[in-house]
Write a protein of this length. Structure first.
Length: 198
């Protein structure tokens, strides 16, 4: 038997022996893609009421667990809605793409078929006006919190349902007529989708 054949035989044996051990491993990384809703609280400042249309979007994330219970995640969310301002001269609406990026610490309690989790962290939201010249995008810092549950479909594939909340200052797009009308607001984001562990 040649050295190459001996090496290939040993390598194949190591792979075969290692497969059962690997399949029982506790996976630490997760990726998810979810459909989400976006529901913004109505607020009033300096006599100007502001809110946003309810809409849907997409939420994608990566989570890594340091221990069985403690992890960290990063997420990217995208929606398109209309930011509405009720001025004395009438209602103004600005169609905007909303890009959010957040990072959070996660605490989970795993069970056999499902796990529950809570999260808290921070990030930012960029409001980018759609097809509107002369108005620039605006970024806002945000606090994020939430919770949810994962239901295991297989050892790797799972269904995630969660609700996140974002607290941030509403956008004014640096428009002179809206100066000083930004105020703390809240966006609720219920979501559901699929995840994969590795």
């Amino acid at each position: 038997m040649s050295k190459l054949n001996s090496f290939l035989t040993l390598f194949a044996a190591a792979v075969i022996v290692g497969v059962p051990a690997y399949s029982q491993e506790d996976y630490r990384s997760e990726v998810t893609v979810q459909g989400m809703g976006s529901f913004t609280k109505e607020t009033t400042q300096s006599g100007i009421k502001q809110d946003a249309t309810n809409t849907g979007g997409i939420l994608a994330g990566y989570r890594f667990y340091f221990t069985r219970h403690i992890g960290a995640e990063i997420n990217y969310g995208y929606t398109l809605n209309t930011q509405k301002y009720y001025l004395s001269s009438g209602t103004t609406g600005i169609n905007s793409y909303s890009h959010e990026t957040t990072g959070a610490l996660v605490y989970r309690v795993p069970f056999k078929r499902f796990s529950v989790f809570a999260l808290a962290g921070a990030g930012g939201i960029v409001f980018n006006p759609k097809d509107l010249r002369g108005i620039d995008y605006q970024a806002r810092a945000a606090f994020v919190y939430g919770g949810g549950a994962d239901y295991n479909l297989t050892s790797r594939l799972f269904l995630r349902a969660e609700c996140r909340g974002l607290v941030y200052n509403s956008p004014t797009y640096n428009i002179a007529g809206l100066a000083g009308t930004d105020r703390t607001t809240h966006r609720a984001e219920p979501s559901i989708g699929l995840g994969f562990r590795f």
